[in-house]
Design a protein around this ligand. Structure first.
Ligand SMILES: NC(=O)c1ccc[n+]([C@@H]2O[C@H](COP(=O)([O-])OP(=O)(O)OC[C@H]3O[C@@H](n4cnc5c(N)ncnc54)[C@H](O)[C@@H]3O)[C@@H](O)[C@H]2O)c1
Length: 346
C-alpha cells in the first residue's frame, strides 16, 4: 500500500508539539513530505529538525506534492487555505476551530463535498479515554435521554502570553474560541448532535484589560488585548435539552477545572473524571471506572483516524458538519453578547 503524503501548513507551536510528532510515529502509513509557513525561516528550520524534504513559500505549490495537509495557522486563515487545498484535490485536517464564521465553515464544507475530499477538524478531546468511555456509556443507555448538560472549561489566571491568542483579528475571539470550543464540541458529540434552538451569551474582558494582572502563562499586553477572557452561555436545543456553559482563561476561582456533566432521565454522569450516578434497588448509586492510562495520546489517535480515513480504512470521528455546529454556536454566543438578547437559530 502506498503511503499518504502529508504536508504541514503553519508550523508553529501546535504543529511542532502535536501533529508532526504524531505523523512521524506513523512511518508505515505516512510520509511527511512538505512544509509551508509565512515565516520561511521557521519552515526551513522545522523541515530540517523533522527531516521533511520540501519547503515551499507558496502553499499552492505544496498541494502538488501531497495527498493531505494539516493546517495549523491562526484561525483567520483556516477557511481560505482549506478551500484552496480541497479545490486542489487534497484532504484536510484543520486545527480548531473549523473557522471563525459559520459562512466560512459552510464554504469549507461545500468545497469538501464538491471535490469529494475529506475534511476534519482537530477536536482532540474526543480521543481522551474519559470521553470515549462516556460516549460508550451513553450509547449503552446508562443515563437514558440526556436532559441538562453543564460545561465548565475553567482556568485561573492563564491568559496565553505567547502567540496570537489575544488578537481578535487573527483568532476571532479568546477563551471561547480557543478553549471553550473543545468542551462545546465534546458535549455536542456526547449528546449525539442535538439541534440548537436559542442561545444567550455574555462575554467578559475587564480583568485582562486591567493593567498589572497576575498571570500564570506569561505576560500579555492589556492594551492590545481585545478578546474575551471569560464567557457564559445558556443554550437550548430542539428536543428539550438545555446546556449551561462557561469557560475562562482568567477566572478568579480556587483552581483550574474542566467539568462536563450530563443529567439524563435514567441517570447522570461526569466526564472528568468519569462517574455514573444511577438509582438501583431502591437506592442511589455512584460508580467510577478505573480508567486505564493509554499509551497512545489523543493527538496520535486523532492523526491516526485522519490518516486511516484518507487511506479508506476508517471513518472520520470529527465530521465537518459537526465542527460547523460548534462555530455556529460560538458565533451566536458572541452575537448575543453584542445585541444584548438571545439569538434564535433556525
Ligand atoms: N487543538 C488544540 O488544543 C490547539 C492548541 C493550540 C493551538 N491550536 C490551534 O492551532 C492553530 C495554530 O496555533 P499555534 O499555537 O500553533 O500558533 P503559532 O503562532 O505557534 O503558529 C502559527 C504558525 O502559522 C504561521 N502562519 C501565520 N499565518 C499564516 C499563513 N497565512 N499561511 C501559512 N502560515 C501562517 C505562523 O508564522 C506560525 O508559524 C490555531 O488555529 C489554534 O487555535 C489548537
Amino acid at each position: 500500500m502506498s503511503k499518504l503524503k502529508m504536508g504541514m501548513i503553519g508550523v508553529g507551536g501546535i504543529a511542532q508539539q502535536r501533529h508532526i510528532p504524531a505523523f512521524s510515529e506513523m512511518g508505515e502509513q505516512v510520509e511527511l513530505t512538505a512544509v509551508q509557513d509565512v515565516n520561511h525561516d521557521r519552515a526551513s528550520s522545522v523541515a530540517e529538525t523533522f527531516n521533511i524534504p520540501n519547503v515551499f513559500e507558496d502553499y499552492h505549490k505544496l498541494f502538488k506534492v501531497v495527498d493531505a495537509v494539516t493546517i495549523c495557522t491562526p484561525n483567520k486563515f483556516h477557511a481560505e487555505i482549506a478551500i484552496a487545498a480541497l479545490e486542489a484535490g487534497v484532504h484536510v485536517l484543520c486545527e480548531k476551530p473549523m473557522a471563525i464564521t459559520t459562512q466560512e465553515c459552510e464554504d469549507m464544507l461545500a468545497a469538501a463535498e464538491k471535490n469529494n475530499r475529506l475534511l476534519s477538524i482537530a477536536y482532540h478531546y474526543r480521543y481522551t479515554p474519559e470521553a470515549k468511555l462516556a460516549k460508550e456509556a451513553i450509547l449503552n443507555g446508562e443515563i437514558g435521554d440526556p436532559l441538562v448538560t453543564r460545561v465548565q472549561a475553567m482556568r485561573r489566571r492563564k491568559v496565553p502570553g505567547w502567540g496570537v491568542f489575544t488578537n481578535k483579528d487573527l483568532q476571532g475571539g479568546g477563551s471561547l474560541i480557543d478553549f471553550g470550543c473543545h468542551l462545546l464540541d465534546l458535549a455536542l458529540w456526547l449528546l449525539d448532535d442535538p439541534k440548537p434552538v436559542e442561545v444567550m451569551g455574555k462575554t467578559y474582558d475587564r480583568l485582562s484589560k486591567t493593567p498589572d494582572q497576575v498571570n500564570d502563562w506569561g505576560a500579555f499586553d492589556h492594551e492590545t488585548f481585545n478578546v474575551d477572557d471569560h464567557v457564559t452561555s445558556y443554550i437550548t436545543f430542539e428536543n428539550g435539552l438545555s446546556m449551561q456553559f462557561e469557560c475562562s482563561w482568567a477566572a478568579n476561582i480556587k483552581e483550574d477545572h474542566t467539568t462536563l456533566s450530563i443529567s439524563g432521565v435514567d441517570g447522570g454522569m461526569d466526564v472528568y473524571p468519569v462517574q455514573l450516578y444511577q438509582t438501583k434497588h431502591g437506592a442511589v448509586w455512584n460508580s467510577q471506572p478505573n480508567v486505564l492510562e493509554e499509551n497512545l495520546s489523543p493527538g496520535f489517535l486523532q492523526a491516526k483516524n485522519f490518516v486511516d480515513s484518507c487511506l479508506g480504512e476508517s471513518e472520520l470521528v470529527v465530521k465537518p458538519d459537526q465542527a460547523l455546529k460548534v462555530t455556529k454556536l460560538m458565533e451566536a454566543i458572541y452575537k448575543s453578547n453584542k445585541i444584548g438578547s438571545s439569538v434564535k437559530l433556525s
